[in-house]
Design a protein around this ligand. Structure first.
Ligand code: DGP
Length: 117
């Protein structure tokens, strides 16, 4: 069972922000911004490439509620998913990172190497 399925099943602890029948939001263990929340479907779906439109429809509404609950709906936030190897996905249970709490930078690579790709 994957690590996020264990969090869903309460076999592993997490700092829950919001939960409903189908989705769960909890604080990232290694935050990369003042606010860093992970939003996941409870169902095990490995990555964004394999998620249905129906699940994404529910996840969208849920993510909007998370933003309201933590108070970034007005100040702004970034919602991203890492997909697959080149996307730097580490945990293969679909999750969206909700980042906020300050002005975010926009950096993907730490050097100029992408200019040669
Ligand atoms: P990604 O690279 O997109 O697969 O991001 C995985 C994220 O999951 C990363 O930001 C760190 C976070 N993470 C890893 N293990 C745990 C954990 O056990 N609990 C929580 N809350 N977050 C975790």
């Amino acid at each position: 069972m994957c690590i996020f399925c264990k969090i869903v099943n309460k076999e592993l602890p997490s700092n829950t922000v919001l939960e409903d029948e189908n989705f769960l939001a909890f604080h990232d263990l290694y935050p990369k911004a003042p606010i860093h929340i992970l939003i996941i479907p409870k169902e095990h779906i490995d990555c964004f490439q394999n998620v249905s439109g129906e699940t994404m429809s529910g996840l969208t509404l849920f993510a909007q509620k998370v933003a309201q609950k933590i108070g970034v709906d007005k100040t702004g936030y970034r919602l991203i998913t890492n997909n697959g190897d080149d996307g730097a996905q580490e945990i293969y249970h679909l999750h969206f990172h909700m980042l906020g709490g300050g002005k975010l930078k926009w950096e993907h690579m730490h050097d100029e190497s992408h200019k040669n790709m």
